[in-house]
Write a protein that binds this ligand. Structure first.
Ligand code: NAD
Length: 496
């Protein structure tokens, strides 16, 4: 079974740990297998193997490294069905949604084929006294990647492809809920010709993460996951002198102006809000209508669409979205609905009973209206299909609401006014903004990442900035004097 074992130095192995964890099929609620969790010794063994392999890999020519990335791209495309089924089985997302995720992973591989271009150095001739100064970028060494459950293939490949392409070795810890896709990807890297030890996977939970953060052999940590964990990882990683980039939680607002195409905005909201059972960091959580008339028109358009949404098994081709990932996640959504009502919001569509007759972790689509900034429904990231409608009087108030939130991952505006769009992009403190685009996840050759408590660390780890995050810079000043140049032998104590 994919995902049961670690992948260390080119071999699947159970490691020396004695802990295991259950991996579930959220569509049936059944445990599928138990995954072996690494202990400190297994992490240490893996990091040492990665460091040794990484040193050799870093010396391979750029052309050779990029050939492996090209081959990996072909293999991921050729194995899309198998990867999508593994994702669907362990995560619960529909096969079509899983294929979308794989498409984005392929985009990351495609961009990583530009590794040579994006790591080019700088050169200045004769900065003084016949000295040339130039900068080079070299791989940092071993990169630790810690991934969330919600994109079992995309996040590991988005983190890993540029890290590998620029000459690092990777130790990936996938989410313990969805380890299968990372195991399958490991096999593909081997088939692509990546030398053993350059890509490794260790499974487990917080204990493995701590062992990675404390290990002196890991130079950089890429993390994607919740804000609570990301902040901890950022602080602990920095305390251990590692560079850390942590992409964390979000609560994304969609502002709709009275002049917008309301039918298009309503459809965009429903797709971006409930796709993947709302378990996306860039999902729209809150629909913010500017003006009461806009709110009531939007509500009339959105409610029938939300009522029609079907939750079903990952392989049910008629389902709009699948179950949530665990029984605990289902309970969180149910509790959030009850709390929103207790706080005074209006439950307009109640999907909490949908799927009650099935054994999996199903919860249908719910919508609450009259959400305000003092409610938990506004404050908390809820990783499940309950979404809110808010009403504000003006664009100014909408921007104030978006900026009052602790998160700043994404935010979008629907409008026909260029002026409103421009104002929104200038004044909203979120890292990824959309104008008439509901999920503004940038393409692979642009930087991805949030602001405020949606991101810790100043580097982007996807897109062009990733090449900088995964490399260290050296600046070299060199002179090649004539053999008989006498001035080279003179003493000088002034600062040069
Ligand atoms: P999570 O934080 O629970 O887990 C992420 C990783 O951290 C996992 O590998 C997990 O094993 C590990 N982990 C969990 N608890 C830990 C602890 N106490 N100490 C050390 N490591 C620990 O997140 P999740 O539930 O897997 O994923 C959902 C979250 O990820 C959401 O908040 C979502 O917004 C966020 N996310 C953000 C982005 C982004 O780009 N900003 C993208 C995808 C997901």
């Amino acid at each position: 079974m994919y995902g049961k074992d670690h992948y260390i130095d080119g071999t699947f192995s159970a490691g020396s740990g004695n802990r295991t964890g259950a991996v579930f099929n959220p569509s049936t609620g059944e445990e599928i297998y138990r995954c072996n969790y690494a202990n400190k010794a297994t992490v240490d063994q893996t990091v040492k193997a990665a460091a040794a392999a990484g040193r050799k890999w870093a010396r391979q020519s750029q052309a050779r490294r990029v050939q492996v990335i090209f081959k990996m791209r072909e293999l991921v495309l050729a194995n899309t069905d198998a990867i999508a089924r593994t994702i669907g089985l362990e995560h619960g997302k529909t096969i079509d949604d899983a294929k979308g995720e794989i498409g984005r992973a392929v985009e990351a591989l495609e961009f990583a084929t530009n590794a040579a271009q994006v790591t080019k150095g700088e050169y200045s001739c004769n900065v003084g006294g016949g000295i040339d100064t130039y900068s080079i970028r070299q791989p940092v060494g071993v990169v630790g990647c810690i991934a969330p459950f919600n994109f079992p293939a995309m996040v590991p490949l988005m983190m890993g492809s540029m890290a590998v392409a620029v000459g690092n070795a990777v130790v990936l810890k996938p989410s313990e809920r969805v380890p299968g896709a990372s195991a399958l990807i490991s096999e593909l890297w081997q088939q692509a010709g990546l030398p053993d030890g350059v890509w490794n996977v260790v499974n487990g939970d917080a204990e493995v993460v701590d062992a990675m953060l404390e290990h002196p052999g890991i130079a950089a940590i890429s993390f994607v996951g919740s804000t609570r964990v990301g902040e901890y990882i950022y602080q602990k990683g920095c305390a251990h002198n590692k560079r850390v980039a942590a992409y964390t939680g979000g609560k994304n607002h969609m502002v709709v102006m009275p002049d917008a195409d309301l039918e298009a905005a309503a459809a965009a909201f429903v797709s971006a809000a409930y796709g993947s059972a709302s378990q996306r960091c860039m999902a729209i959580s809150l629909l913010v209508a500017v003006g009461e008339e806009t709110a009531s028109k939007l509500r009339d358009l959105v409610v029938p669409m939300v009522r029609k949404l079907r939750v079903g098994a990952y392989d049910d081709t008629t389902a709009d979205f699948g179950p949530v990932v665990t029984a605990a996640a289902k309970k969180t959504v149910e509790d959030a609905i009850q709390r929103a009502v207790a706080e005074g919001a209006e439950l307009v569509v109640d999907g909490s009973a949908a799927g009650a007759d099935k054994p999996g972790f199903y919860v249908g689509a719910s919508l609450v209206d009259h959400v305000t900034v003092d409610m938990q429904m506004w404050k908390e990231e809820i990783f499940g299909p309950v979404r809110g409608l808010m009403r504000v009087k003006s664009l100014d108030e909408a921007i104030e609401v978006v900026n009052a939130h602790e998160y700043g991952n994404g935010a979008v505006i629907f409008t026909r006014s260029g002026q409103a769009g421009q104002r929104f992009c200038a004044d909203v403190e979120a890292g990824m903004l959309g104008v008439n685009v509901p999920v503004p996840v940038p393409v692979g050759h642009h930087n991805f990442g949030g602001l405020r408590r949606s991101k810790f660390g100043d580097a982007h780890m996807f897109g062009p900035d990733a090449a900088r995050f995964y490399t260290k810079m050296k600046t070299i000043s060199q002179r090649w004097p004539e053999p008989d140049a006498q001035e080279e032998r003179a003493l000088s104590f002034a600062f040069p």
